[in-house]
Design a protein. Sequence first.
Length: 173
Amino acid sequence: MQPQAILFDSGGTLMRPTGRSWMPGRHFEAFAAEHGICRNADSESWAAAMHAGNTVLAGQPVIPTTTEETELFAQYFLILSRSLGLPDDSATIRLLAEETVHGKGHEEPYDGVIEALNELQSKHYRLFLLANGWPSLSRRYQELGLRDHFEFFVTSTQLGIKKTGSAGLPAGL
């Protein structure tokens, strides 16, 4: 029997970050560098800060709106800043959170992705996406010209799960 549908992941499959890594993002890295904290030179401090920040993100499994997403990222950047000994600048933290959620240019599709999705659709495959991500991911996919390819599009934070291979998939998918 030939498959009729394909379930995709997002990051590392369809798109990649435009900066060095997905988290904490190039804007936070620039903020840290302005204050003398370089990711490469301070790798132990950076790793400890990332662990503390990721604990905050993991502690909030359900994030239904971009407003809640922005609040969560404000907490995340505050924890990172404090862990790295950066200034406790609430205005900058808020801007970083807003940029993370509402900004553009954080990711880009891999070469050939749009063409491949078009080809799959022309062959009448049903396309679905389940990604570890946030409510803003749907808008980002729309801006990149990818969203309309997917019949079903959901993020782990909408479902309250952490997708870790097939064990993290909800029943029925």
